[in-house]
Ligand binder design. Structure first.
Ligand SMILES: NC(=O)c1ccc[n+]([C@@H]2O[C@H](COP(=O)([O-])OP(=O)(O)OC[C@H]3O[C@@H](n4cnc5c(N)ncnc54)[C@H](OP(=O)(O)O)[C@@H]3O)[C@@H](O)[C@H]2O)c1
Length: 321
């Protein structure tokens, strides 16, 4: 099979489409013939050598993919060759085939293309696991930063379906407007400044899903209501910050941080099962995949450049011929 392997030329955006051995199907695995693979910001870090694949994962990136089951291991039940499927992967999506533990497979929802399915797996797993970790409940207010991103576009829709009030931030009025069109009750342009005061004027947030990191830490705590939970999942603006802990104490607030890929298999499988129960029945009528652009696998570097341009709204997906 062929895989888009990060080239060692040192060129920032370079991938090479190289022959690699077909993946072997272990007893608990399914081998999937990939037709579409989602592109994530973590893939960019991996390309730059800053986020190495976990032990046992292929060397090339790709945290989510969709396609057709080609082979199943002896211990696998519930999946057969020929089934359409998508999967949460520890890596290896940028290829024609991947082996994955069958507990990480999901069906492709009816009415959804493989490209759309591949765009939604990682984001839906991220959103559901973090809303659960924060104990997010109907009637509460969620503030989601980067409402324009892959995670954010899913978070707006999933949180609304949970019965939450959603405030989203995005860069620019047009991107904020698109967050509102996805269902955000309030969409704020963070480039205009003053989002903390606007959130406070709206009563504050019970839960914040933050993809920005250090630069937003103190402001996020200011935006929390009493008993609020701040979940940091991205560090786009730094990993080190200073915080007045008094603000956490008086608000009886909780600060959480999570990652998805590093979790033990059983935890990732439980998250996939939660997504299958909570989100998949809502796709595509209530939770719509938001695909900004597709690129052929051979042009994975262009897909990364698109994501790095900051112009993407939603997801970029690779198509595998
Ligand atoms: N911990 C985990 O398990 C986990 C899982 C998935 C993703 N992540 C991380 O979460 C982050 C988001 O992932 P993603 O897939 O949604 O990425 P994405 O599609 O690239 O979206 C990132 C969004 O962040 C927004 N943003 C960038 N700088 C900002 C700033 N200074 N203030 C406010 N918003 C800003 C951008 O929106 P505007 O341009 O509109 O401002 C962009 O739409 C990434 O860092 C990713 O690595 C973590």
């Amino acid at each position: 099979m062929r895989a888009a392997v990060v080239s060692d030329s040192g060129d920032d955006a370079a991938f090479s489409l190289l022959e690699r051995p077909d993946p072997r199907c272990g007893p608990d695995d399914a081998v999937m013939r990939i037709t579409a693979a989602g592109v994530n910001r973590a893939d960019i870090l991996q390309r730059r050598g800053l986020y190495p694949p976990p032990p046992g994962a292929p060397e090339w990136p790709g945290l989510e993919a969709a396609g057709t089951v080609a082979e199943v291991g002896a211990a696998v039940t519930g999946w057969r060759p020929g089934d359409r499927a998508c999967a949460l992967l520890p890596g290896g999506g940028y290829a024609e085939r991947v082996a994955v533990d069958a507990s990480l497979l999901l069906p492709v929802p009816a009415g959804v293309t493989d490209v759309e399915a591949a765009s939604l797996v990682e984001a839906a797993c991220t959103v559901v696991s973090n809303l659960d970790a924060a104990g997010a409940r109907a009637g509460e207010t969620l503030l989601v930063h980067g409402g324009s991103g892959g995670v954010g576009t899913a978070a707006i829709q999933i949180a609304k379906a949970r019965g939450m009030r959603v405030i989203a931030t995005a860069g620019g009025a047009a991107r904020a407007g698109r967050c509102a069109a996805l269902g955000a009750d309030h969409a704020l342009d963070h480039r205009a400044g003053g989002w903390v005061d606007e959130v406070r004027a709206l009563g504050g947030a019970d839960v914040i899903l933050d993809v920005v990191g250090a630069a937003y830490l103190a402001d996020n705590v200011r935006a929390l209501r009493t008993g609020g939970r701040l979940v940091v999942i991205g560090l786009q603006k730094g990993a080190r910050a200073e915080l007045d802990l008094g603000a956490l104490l008086t608000k009886r607030a909780t600060l959480l941080g999570t990652t998805l890929r590093a979790r033990p298999l059983a935890e990732r499988a439980a998250i996939v099962a939660r997504v299958r129960d909570e989100v998949w029945p809502l796709v595509p009528r209530i939770v719509r995949p938001v695909v900004h652009a597709t690129f052929p696998l051979a042009h994975a570097g262009d897909a990364h450049a698109a994501l790095e341009s900051g112009e993407v709204f939603g997801k970029v997906v690779l198509t595998v011929p």
